[in-house]
Design a binder for this molecule. Structure first.
Ligand SMILES: Nc1ncnc2c1ncn2[C@@H]1O[C@H](COP(=O)(O)OP(=O)(O)OP(=O)(O)O)[C@@H](O)[C@H]1O
Ligand SMILES: [Mg+2]
Length: 212
């Protein structure tokens, strides 16, 4: 079974994945938890290129590098694990590419779709949890732990902060459109609930949808 988590930065994906992995393992079920880019020797090298600040990468170059890393992970790790009947949990998958590079950065959606299908060999998650939150709230959370004082209230936003918010709004709209087109796969969850309430909601849905 392939379970993915989606949502804008700071929505709480990693927090919920940690809780869910612990929960599944406590039931004695084997689970593999992964995040992109990386996860194979070649994919880790691609990750190094993607994270290296010393060079510039164009949006298309970035998309293809992410896709190359994803292709390695799907073929070498995810598909073999699924064939063995293991549960695989992904912190973001191709929906992030559609939301961020497509709706966020404006790369042609049809082109994106063919690159996604090609790089995943058509692999689609069994269930995708979308943690729904307003960009302002998510960014507040992300910066809550840093010492950078950031204001996200209305008129107090400067130009840069506004463009950041606008970008995340487009990503959020993108996710909403992706969910509208894939209602059978997506479960939207109010990310403003407490960590524990969300965790119980997720495990309840998994029990209902996937009884084994
Ligand atoms: N339900 C919640 N209520 C309040 N705070 C939360 C909740 N879930 C997560 N947080 C906090 O919000 C911050 C961001 O959470 P987390 O790192 O899990 O988000 P993320 O979606 O994985 O972000 P990113 O996309 O940047 O990796 C963390 O400090 C986390 O403790
Ligand atoms: Mg995270």
């Amino acid at each position: 079974m392939l379970i993915t988590f989606e949502g804008i930065d700071g929505a709480g994906k990693s927090t919920q994945i940690t809780r869910l992995v612990n929960h599944i393992m406590s039931q004695g079920v084997d689970v593999l938890s992964l995040r992109e880019p990386g996860g194979t020797e070649a994919a880790e090298k691609i990750r190094t290129i993607l994270l290296d600040n010393s060079h510039k990468i164009s949006p298309i170059g970035e998309l293809l590098l992410f896709s190359a890393s994803r292709a390695e992970l799907v073929q070498d790790v995810i598909k073999p694990a699924l064939r063995e009947g293991r549960t695989v949990i992904l912190d973001r998958f191709f929906d992030s590419t559609t939301a961020y590079q497509g709706y966020g950065r404006g790369i042609d959606l049809e082109l994106l779709q063919s690159i996604i299908s090609f790089s995943t060999c058509g692999l689609i998650p069994d269930i995708t949890f979308y943690l729904a939150i307003e960009p302002e709230e998510a960014l507040k959370r992300k910066f809550a732990k840093s010492s950078i004082p950031l204001k996200f209230e209305g008129d107090e936003l400067d130009r840069m902060e506004r463009s950041g918010i606008d970008f995340y709004r487009n990503v959020q709209k993108g996710y909403q459109e992706i969910m509208r087109l894939n209602p059978e796969r997506f479960v939207s969850i109010n990310a403003l609930e407490s960590i524990t309430v969300i965790h119980h909601h997720i495990t309840k849905i998994l029990r209902e949808r996937l009884p084994s």
